[in-house]
Design a protein around this ligand. Sequence first.
Ligand code: SAH
Ligand code: SF4
Ligand code: F3S
Length: 474
Amino acid sequence: MNLSPIYKYGEKQEIYCQKIKDYYKNVLKIKSPKAFVKTYGCQQNVSDSEKYKGMLVNMGFCLTENQEDADVILFNTCAIRENAENKAFGNIGWVKNLKKANENLFIILCGCMTEQKNIIDKIKLKFSFIDLVFGTHSVHKFPLHFYEALLNKKSNGKTSAKAYIKETEDIIAEDFPMVKNNNLKAFLPIMYGCNNFCSYCIVPYVRGRERSRHSNEIISEFKKLLESGYKDITLLGQNVNSYGKGLEEDINFPKLLKKLDSFEGEYTIRFMTSHPKDATNELFDVISNSKHIAHHMHLPVQCGSNKILEKMNRKYTKESYLKIIDYAKSKIPDIVFTSDIIVGFPGETYEDFLETIDILKKVKFHSLFTFIYSPREGTPAAKLSDPVTKRKKTARLLELLKVQEEISEDLHKKMLGKTFRALAESFLPETNELLCRISGNIIVEAKGEKEKVGNFLNVLITGYKKDSLKGKII
Ligand code: SAH
Ligand code: SF4
Ligand code: F3S
């Protein structure tokens, strides 16, 4: 049974959107108020920000790209590594200056950072000029909290930065207004939260338990995106492979993919992220028989040492991971794999690190997101002793990047002379080139006309570098 309550956007939110609109017009006397939204972190946050922007528009704000112009600044934060938090704090600190010049400037902090007690303590101590703080569980209450905080600011002359954190259970928000940045590529969340508790990771603590949206909601949103002209849709979840668990309907991720693959027209379905422990043969069978599912899989391996994988609580081994890759390549020969790697997990020896290098060479990932381990307060790994110095970890990372560069270049070289179907996503006027994305999620630069943006084209690969491909439209 899926016990997560579903909150639909409706009258409750609209009432407060209207009150905020009236407040800016009649009390603050700001004719056309502007809002600036800054998003940190992963696609899940980008997708949440689309909802915050949608609600801000309903509150009467114009969205601006310039934070100095804004009457409201919203920071949607990420907690995944220390540097993500430092970046946000740096920006927030800077915004304090803007507040000196504009006493009506309203600052909102939300997202994953705010779901941590240590962060809330820090905000109260050092950033008390923030007007509203709310967590990832309060999307549906944003208009209410915003309005209350506006009144509070008026009556106190300053804010009391009340934080609305973990105030509800793990909810699913449906039917929210959204403002998207792109009209070809869209994100579509199919589930929220995470149950995996990888020992280094903060996500399960800040995003709550895993919960899936009903397939009919997903399918109807997907259809609307296609009808509006979207051509490349990425299904989102921390572990899309476990989609459907807890729902009453007979559904799992491969079955959902099959349904989404069944529409007319040319479009691409992507998804992220997949957890290797739940990547089944059924999934690859569905991809290989599909018309629209991308031949790309982002399958984070994190590291190649079984000892470290166990300490990470990843629930697979190097061998079982390689078995998945072998099966996938046997079914989908042109499948592109990409991955995430953490270097310097507590207790990682140089021998463990060499196991990671070995798995890179065996799988031949096209590209990687690489991270140096960052301890996150409250996670089990943060309590482990970690004798390896930052300097050594950085040296390991550089060594790994060098190996990966060669692999990427080699894979690019093998693509020479081949033709791929690709979506022309954008146009570079300086070089008269189109940026085209192939099914494997690789960008090819090819001379072409601006008018071709939004079309699927055949692109012949004519040149390569370690980090880019050149092509010719044929
Ligand atoms: N749910 C996804 C990834 C979410 S976070 C998955 O399981 O694959 C994205 C990536 O950030 C992770 O894959 C991991 O490589 C990295 N990451 C997470 N926590 C980290 C930490 N504490 N230090 C360094 N990297 C981390
Ligand atoms: Fe974090 Fe692991 Fe969940 Fe991914 S699967 S979000 S790495 S706990
Ligand atoms: Fe960061 Fe939260 Fe995503 S911690 S990576 S924004 S789920």
